[in-house]
Design a binder for this molecule. Structure first.
Ligand SMILES: Cc1cc2nc3c(=O)[nH]c(=O)nc-3n(C[C@H](O)[C@H](O)[C@H](O)COP(=O)(O)OP(=O)(O)OC[C@H]3O[C@@H](n4cnc5c(N)ncnc54)[C@H](O)[C@@H]3O)c2cc1C
Length: 253
């Protein structure tokens, strides 16, 4: 039997941009525990270089962003989801800015400061906000610093969630998770009113990928074991962006 048990209001499994932004939004009202499988440095966001797309340019529009995305998606996108993301992109980026995330700026023709927007493949307008070529690191560092300082947020590194715990009374209700504590080499039970999976995808199923090792589909598997429907598993965002080296793992650590 697991020897250590503890309680939290909200258990968030994953400390990337998804887990941290949710934690920071909920922390004013709830006690939050965030789990990290290995170390904080090994989240996807630290690898993200290019930037984040949102409509900031006055000549741009949500309709154009939606249209570009649907074309790039070659008919496979869910239009409602694309519209939701494009409509919410600007205020989500603004939320990051409010947290202290820095994006590069430039002077416009009138000498006024504005965000420097890059143009990338598939976009008809300039709409990529970035921080030099290390946008992910800038976002992650800022959010982690805020989460560490927040009195209602506890971050546990090397806490590897193994499985979700179902309620005896109602198996459809999740009441926490079993966790493998790598330091103590023991199983821990965390009881939570709400458990959130923010564990990203399963890009490491590809032999050649520059996604970090954490991307092993744990959250998808845990959800599946509790009866969730999983879909579109082929849509894993993965990055085979590295050169071959005989002594190197297929990732630029
Ligand atoms: C090389 C590269 C470049 C990219 N460039 C861009 C870009 O320019 N623009 C863009 O928008 N996106 C980009 N992306 C994609 C983007 O970085 C990711 O989509 C995003 O960071 C995912 O965030 P996340 O919070 O969902 O997951 P992640 O940041 O991957 O975090 C997952 C978290 O889950 C935890 N976890 C997983 N399993 C367990 C478990 N069993 N127990 C406990 N914790 C667990 C991990 O420890 C980690 O903390 C890029 C990705 C890569 C790899």
């Amino acid at each position: 039997m697991p020897s250590t048990q503890y309680y939290t209001d909200i258990l968030i499994i994953g400390s990337g941009i998804a887990g941290l932004s949710l934690a920071l939004r909920l922390a004013p009202q709830y006690q939050i525990t965030i789990l990290i499988k290995t170390f904080q440095l090994k989240v996807h966001l630290n690898y993200a270089q290019c930037g984040i797309a949102a409509v900031f340019d006055q000549t741009d529009s949500i309709e154009a962003h939606v249209n570009d995305t649907l074309i790039a998606g070659a008919g496979l996108c869910d239009k409602k989801t694309v519209e939701f993301v494009a409509c919410n992109a600007r205020h989500s980026v603004q939320w990051l800015i409010n947290q202290g995330v820095l994006f590069d700026k430039e002077l416009n023709w009138a000498g006024k400061e504005q965000y420097h927007l890059a143009k990338e493949g598939g976009h008809s307008h300039r709409r990529i906000l970035h921080h030099a070529d290390a946008t992910g690191k800038q976002v992650e560092t800022t959010l982690v610093e805020k989460a560490i300082k927040h009195p209602n947020i506890t971050i546990k590194e090397q806490y590897n969630a193994i499985d979700l715990i179902r309620s005896d009374k109602d198996p459809a209700t999740i009441i926490g998770a079993y966790i493998w504590d790598l330091n103590q080499q023991q199983i821990v039970i965390c009881h939570a009113k709400v458990t959130v999976l923010a564990t990203e995808g399963a890009a490491k199923v590809y032999q050649y990928t520059t996604n970090p090792d954490i991307s092993s589909g744990d959250g998808i598997a845990m959800a599946w074991r509790t009866g969730c429907r999983v879909a579109n598993l082929e849509f894993n965002q993965f990055h085979p962006t590295c050169l071959y080296h005989p002594q190197k793992h297929a990732i630029f650590y």
